[in-house]
Design a protein around this ligand. Structure first.
Ligand code: BES
Ligand code: MN
Ligand code: ZN
Length: 463
């Protein structure tokens, strides 16, 4: 029964601070910019023969007279999409490399390069990685770069790991491992203790799972620093419960702990960078499964906060476990309460997989999140906590229903549901993420994805 927590996928690129004698240049070329070839007519002719125009992400390998690799020209387009060169690792010949003509926001360029080199290989036989060493320019913070790479790989690994190896107890073990690495305290309330400690909805959603449901709680940092509490939806697998999903709808549901994986990544960034923050990470971890003791449509649950919830649909389970976890986090009046969750299909219909919507009870903070997220290319888009829709969550026999009858504005009504359980935190923001890259992009291979955590980390650094 015991599931092993695998080590984080290592980055196959070695980043160096000193250039070796054998280092070859990678020359960034803007689209249709011939000036880079001016001194090298051989390269210019070679580029023409290969239809290399400097289109973002295109690569031109130029050989020496003896046929060995001399240098590489790398298309950089208009320079606006630094992640578009994420393909480079796959195309680059083995060896030592350094960049020429680097733009200003070069950290993201190296990040994109590294993110594109990720491969989830836990269940594959690996036949040795090619050896690529890249020298960083002096103004790049190598520690920060490695921190962002390792954290993204950590989040991707957690999501990519299938449920047979990533159950609620494995999520707990991953959080305990974080605690050991960064000297944080980790506690867990599980099984029937959830009832004694008043997490009735976490218990109800998770009790049919083969592994006990739990609420995992990590604390770190100086009590005098601003209190930041992170909450993540940890549904190890979402079958839909008795309102069972279709085969297609269930296929990707190992990723329904993507919110938990992402806040775990954000916590890792915060602790690794030793930000002056009193951090708390709360993860309700369950499997939304089917059994004789599963919660049912029509059941009325009493939440931790006291509000009663009529179950209109057992597949709207994320908001139930988050409601108890948010209420729990809210009790100590944090300065910032952030939750991340793969909460609704409606968020994808609205904005697609790459732009997670978020909601914030403080419009000023909401605008900061919007601006920073776009600046650092970790996009987030604010949607309104539109009060008039609240009444669509009403129930005749309980304080709330967990779903609306018409399904309109599904991501907004889910956010409004959560808002009912937060009232003491100074600032609250909720992120309805997808946590998955469904179509290959240069720096983003198909699979689990970190979303929004670089943006939040950047904002928290600036507190
Ligand atoms: N985990 C799903 C949401 C989801 C589905 C995210 C597909 C990403 C991709 C969530 O628990 C769910 O099932 N939501 C329902 C809510 C509905 C029953 C109100 C949904 O979105 O269909
Ligand atoms: Mn569901
Ligand atoms: Zn779910």
């Amino acid at each position: 029964m015991s599931r092993i927590l695998a080590p984080i996928t290592p980055c196959p690129i070695e980043f160096m601070t000193e250039r070796s004698g054998q280092s070859h240049p990678i020359i960034l070329v803007g689209e249709n910019d011939q000036s880079f070839f001016s001194e090298d007519t051989v390269a210019a002719t070679w580029a023409k023969a290969n239809h290399f125009t400097g289109k973002c992400g295109d690569i031109l390998i130029v050989p020496d007279n003896d046929g060995t690799v001399s240098k590489v020209y790398l298309g950089f387009g208009d320079g606006n999409d630094v992640f578009a060169i994420g393909n480079l690792f796959k195309q680059l010949p083995e060896g030592d490399w350094h960049f020429e003509h680097l733009p200003e926001n070069a950290l993201n360029l190296f990040l994109g390069l590294a993110l594109g080199s990720y491969k989830f290989a836990r269940y594959l036989e690996i036949t040795g990685n090619k050896k690529i060493r890249i020298t960083l320019p002096a103004d790049i913070d190598k520690t920060e770069l490695k921190r962002l790479i390792e954290t993204t790989f950590f989040v991707r690994d957690l999501i990519n790991t299938p449920t047979n190896d990533m159950q609620p107890d494995t999520i707990e073990e991953a959080i305990r491992e974080l605690g050991r690495t960064y000297s944080a305290t980790v506690t867990s309330i599980w099984g029937d203790d959830l009832l004694k400690q008043n997490f009735p909805m976490v218990h109800a959603v998770g009790r049919a799972g083969s592994v006990a449901p739990r609420v995992i709680d990590l604390r770190w940092g100086d009590e005098n620093h601003p209190k930041v509490t992170l909450v993540g939806k940890g549904v190890a697998f979402d079958s839909g419960g008795l309102d069972i999903k279709s085969a297609n709808g269930m296929l990707l549901m190992k990723k329904d702990m993507g919110g938990a994986a992402n806040v775990m990544g954000l916590a890792k960034l915060i602790m690794d960078a030793k930000l002056p923050i009193r951090l708390r990470l709360i993860v309700p971890a369950v499997e939304n499964s089917i059994s004789g003791n599963a919660f049912r449509p029509g059941d009325v649950l009493k939440s931790r906060k006291g509000l009663t919830v009529e179950i209109g649909n057992t597949d709207a389970e994320g908001r139930l476990i988050l409601a108890d976890a948010l209420a729990y986090g809210d009790e100590e009046k944090p300065d910032y309460l952030f939750d991340m969750a793969t909460l609704t299909g409606a968020a994808r219909v609205a904005l697609g997989p790459d732009v997670p919507p978020f909601y914030c009870n403080n419009n000023e903070l909401g605008q900061i999140i919007s601006r920073i997220s776009m600046e650092i290319q970790d996009p987030l888009w604010q949607l309104p906590l539109w009060k008039p829709y609240q009444k669509k969550l009403s129930s005749r026999i309980a304080d709330l229903n967990n779903v609306t009858t018409d399904g309109f504005a599904g991501s907004i009504t889910a956010a409004l549901f959560l808002q009912k359980f937060v009232d003491q935190a100074a600032n609250w923001a909720h992120f309805d993420i997808y946590g998955w890259t469904p179509a290959e992009k240069p720096a983003f291979p198909i699979g689990g994805e970190a979303q929004g955590i670089r943006a939040l980390y950047t904002i928290l650094k600036g507190l």
